[in-house]
Design a protein around this ligand. Structure first.
Ligand SMILES: O=P(O)(O)O[C@H]1O[C@H](CO)[C@@H](O)[C@H]1O
Ligand SMILES: O=c1cc[nH]c(=O)[nH]1
Length: 254
């Protein structure tokens, strides 16, 4: 019998080949309401991990909290357990006129530091093309709009995404960050895509991120609360439907 992993307290037999990573543990509790025959694998720190079935496909869902370091731990431990496909399901700050859009980035800028602990900054954080296509189709089937631009992942929330009392005291140019990235045609900002896509490539597994633009730069606009609840439910359905479509395609190719 293998030992459970350190933080996600998981063994290979607990974990499906398809793993969904979601930042907020409370979002995980909502996602699993769309699954059947759900088993709690573990609830430890920010990591809430469950495995269940969606239309007959075995899927694990886990949370990673906020930021790259804890996302890397989750990716590593799921890889130890045999993960073959990793999908980050989360939210993103839109940098265009894209509030409410489903952003499935083709790649991420690696402004965060965690992925640089693994590999040089020149290594690209690219999503798996096949998964991106399948998730695009799933967005369309769910009557929503998808976008495949590049996102930027960062470590700083109150230094790069939202002005704060301290950022103002220190004269940090948060608004300048947005205009700089907009010049590069960046679709949005989050904190984990750079890590998930980089590690996915290093692990030689398939990885992508599927995100909902819930806010615009500096939180100048936000999706209203009730609408956000419904759109996050659809976000989960998009990812689950996408994984089922991927699984079907895999089986046809076998
Ligand atoms: O909604 P999640 O997946 O947590 O993602 C985003 O929300 C958090 C910041 O508000 C960061 O983790 C960011 O990447
Ligand atoms: O403020 C936000 C909201 C969603 N995602 C982020 O990364 N930041």
């Amino acid at each position: 019998m293998s030992k459970p992993t350190l933080y996600l307290q998981s063994k290979p037999e607990d974990i499906a080949k398809y793993v969904i990573f979601s930042g907020d543990p409370r979002r995980v509790e909502k996602i699993i309401t769309q699954l059947e025959n759900v088993t709690e694998v573990s609830v430890n720190r920010e990591y809430h991990t469950y495995t269940g079935f969606y239309q007959g496909v075995r899927i694990t869902v886990t949370s990673t909290g906020i930021g790259g370091p804890s996302a890397a731990i989750a990716m590593e431990e799921m890889y130890e357990c045999g993960m073959e496909v990793a999908v980050r399901l989360g939210t993103v700050m839109g940098l265009k006129d894209n509030l409410g859009h489903f952003i499935i980035p083709s790649a991420a800028m690696r402004w965060e530091s965690t992925s640089k602990e693994y590999v040089d900054a020149s290594f690209p954080a690219v999503a798996n093309h096949e998964l991106v296509e399948i998730m695009n189709e799933s967005v369309a089937h769910n009557n929503r709009v998808s976008e495949n631009g590049i996102v930027c992942s960062t470590d700083g929330y109150y230094t790069q995404m939202k002005e704060s009392r301290l950022s103002k005291k220190m004269g940090t140019d948060v608004l300048g960050t947005f205009s700089g990235l907009q010049k590069y045609n960046i679709a949005g900002m989050d904190m984990e895509s750079g890590v998930v896509l980089t590690l996915g490539n290093l692990m030689d597994i398939k990885a992508c991120t599927v995100t909902l633009a819930t806010v615009l730069d500096n939180l100048k606009e936000e999706i209203p609360h009730e609408e956000r609840i419904e759109e996050e439910r659809i976000l989960a359905k998009i990812v689950l439907d996408g994984l089922v479509a991927y699984d079907k395609k895999e089986k046809q190719n076998d």
